[in-house]
Ligand binder design. Structure first.
Ligand code: FAD
Ligand code: 2HG
Ligand code: ZN
Length: 479
């Protein structure tokens, strides 16, 4: 595969792009920081320009023009990705294609229980449109106020409801995609059954902008539950959290929609940086858990189910203490604490993230082993361990010792720390990326954790669909 080479003068390309989207929507110059800087402040690139099309036809013409010029394209939604995949490299030769102006809800089909939206729709707006139509769209994550559905699809985002509803992939029925040649693939169906060969939809989902530009999607809607209830529990150990998860599956069955775990260090950071959130009970035990139940019957039914679970768990010594949110406001406040961990970590300073999955049954053993190994190489490191325990997905993040220089710590220890963590993940047959993707940050780590056969197949797919390496080069695969 060849790397994209410029075949047309840049001025000619900029003029062509302006003629396609209008000059107000081709941004150049020094003020592109919000498009060039990644969310975690790990990398800062330089774009040739930012192009903001507002229709699929415009996207197709932009991609055609860039392909003809041999100029690479970096698709970008809300730029909330955590693996440095949505910002340009430092060469000043890549075009950032921002989908943010393509934000229409194209259709709601209540009988088919689907909604069709454009890629730049903010996730929260998709949720609101679903609510307005009398349904729920269950994808839910801390960045939902700024991430886009196109970015969610491109990363196959997870979040806090995966346990019941699945990842973004499971929520999507159809896609509209502009290929690296500028052709349109209209796969925007609302079909729940379609066995007509290779699954192109699932190939584009999770491809992190390396195979094409997602311009629209048809998504599944679900009935709104009659009631949602949230509980917060304190636990002496991670083993107990796993035990509580098993009990919650037994007691609540399909009613269990969320099960999140947070360690004391993670909650301590929220308490430090957002004291107004008033984190409950966090100093009592090393671990806290958030449980959500959704009930098709009534709030009374939901409450009695959750109370019975907690009573049994306290009686068996699994849970030390628990609170049940009295109303939606209190439930929202508890979830807000959980969703603020990433922000609190950012406020504390640069850190090392690991978004891993391990079979749930092995998680306590994994954490014990990795904690011990890391404490031995960097005394005083802080373990910010939290995540979607119900999915076996931990955010096993490492923060510099209190008072240390975070940037210097990351520069000195990141490679060593991540090597230990990923090696331990491999011993437990886990994954080095449960939900955030590979991007640039984990690109060079991926080959150590995929079989040569899997990597060769991935490279074949990339070169078959994007032979000139126009789409988001250097992300996911080094090629
Ligand atoms: P961007 O960051 O703009 O892009 C991400 C990737 O997708 C890039 O590779 C980009 O090139 C590609 N891309 C974007 N749009 C398109 C498109 N239309 N077509 C093709 N490729 C495209 N993630 C989770 O999975 N679960 C969580 O719980 C979660 N919580 C988060 C909480 C916070 C506070 C933050 C900051 C991030 C969180 N994330 C989480 C990560 C992030 O929000 C998700 O990865 C999200 O899906 C990215 O959407 P985006 O629109 O911001 O995409
Ligand atoms: C979450 O679950 C996100 O809150 C972000 O996936 C995780 O900050 C992180 O590492
Ligand atoms: Zn997460």
């Amino acid at each position: 595969m060849t790397t994209a080479e410029h075949t047309l003068p840049m001025g000619g390309l900029l003029a062509t792009l302006q003629s396609i989207v209008g000059s107000a929507h081709v941004l150049t110059g020094d003020d592109l920081a919000s498009y060039e800087q990644d969310w975690r402040q790990r990398t800062r690139g330089k774009a040739l320009c930012v192009v903001r099309p507002c229709t699929t036809g415009e996207v197709a013409r932009v991609v055609t023009a860039c392909a003809q010029a041999g100029v690479p394209i970096v698709p970008q939604g809300g730029n909330t990705g955590l693996v440095a995949g949505s910002t340009p490299d430092a060469s000043g030769t890549q075009v950032v294609l921002s989908l943010r102006r393509m934000a229409a809800v194209r259709a709601v089909d209540p009988d088919n229980m689907t909604i069709t939206v454009e890629a730049g729709c903010i996730l929260q707006e998709v949720q609101a449109a679903a609510e307005d139509a009398g349904f729920t769209f269950p994808l839910s994550l801390g960045a939902e106020g700024s991430c886009t559905i196109g970015g969610n699809l491109a990363t196959n985002a997870g979040g806090t409801q995966v346990l019941r509803y699945g990842n973004t992939r499971e929520l999507c029925l159809g896609l509209e995609v502009v290929t690296p040649q500028g052709d349109l693939w209209d796969g925007l169906t609302g079909l729940r059954k379609d066995n007509t060969g290779y699954d192109l939809r699932n190939l584009f989902i999770g491809s992190e902008g390396t195979l094409g530009v997602i311009t629209a999607a048809t998504l599944k809607l679900f009935p709104k539950p009659a009631a949602r209830l949230t509980a917060w529990a304190t636990l002496p150990s991670l083993e107990n959290a796993c035990r509580l998860l098993a009990m919650a599956h037994q007691h609540l069955a399909a009613g269990l929609t969320g099960f999140e775990v947070m360690n004391q260090c993670a909650l301590g950071l929220v308490d430090k940086h957002y004291p107004q959130l008033r984190v409950p009970l966090w100093q009592q035990t090393p671990w806290c858990v958030l449980i959500e139940i959704s009930d098709a019957e009534s709030e009374t039914h939901a409450r009695s189910m959750l109370e019975r679970l907690l009573e049994a768990a306290i009686e068996e010594g699994v849970v030390a203490d628990a609170i049940l949110a009295e109303n939606m406001r209190q439930a929202h406040d508890l979830w807000h604490i959980r969703e603020s961990i990433t922000l609190a970590q950012a406020a504390e300073g640069l850190n090392v993230k690991h978004d891993i999955s391990i079979p749930v049954s092995q998680i306590p053993a994994f954490v014990r082993k990795a904690d011990n190994a890391l404490a031995a190489i960097a005394a005083g490191v802080r373990f910010v361990t939290f995540g979607h325990l119900g999915d076996g997905n931990l955010h096993y993040n490492i923060q510099a010792p209190a008072g240390a220089d975070n940037r210097a710590f990351v520069a000195e220890f990141e490679a060593q720390i991540s090597a230990i963590v990923y090696d331990t993940v491999r011993q437990f047959r886990g994954s080095i990326s449960a939900e955030h993707g590979i991007g640039e940050l984990k690109r060079d780590t991926l080959p150590q954790h995929k079989s040569p056969t899997a990597l060769a197949l991935m490279r074949s797919i990339k070169s078959a669909i994007d032979p000139h390496n126009i789409m988001n080069p250097g992300r996911l695969l080094s090629v």
